[in-house]
Ligand binder design. Structure first.
Ligand code: SF4
Length: 65
């Protein structure tokens, strides 16, 4: 993947060396899964991202108490 000036170090000529398939950014197994919110609403990363953010917010609120 090479979009927006970022090249994934796991991308080997279009094949992901983690999932051993064609690079599919944001899908399970991808380093971006749950860490990035994609413009495409269909990306499975988005739900995981939202859950992660909610968990972080909860942890921050609990620390303040
Ligand atoms: S699927 Fe994700 S981890 Fe794998 S090469 Fe693509 S961007 Fe990198």
């Amino acid at each position: 993947m090479n979009q927006g000036g970022w090249t994934c170090p796991r991308d080997v000529e279009g094949v992901c060396d983690i999932i051993k398939k064609e690079c599919d950014p944001g899908h399970k197994g991808c380093v971006l899964y749950g860490k990035v919110k994609f413009a495409s609403e269909e990306s499975p990363s988005n739900e995981a991202f939202e859950k992660r953010m909610e968990r972080k917010m909860r942890e921050m609120m609990e620390e303040k108490e």
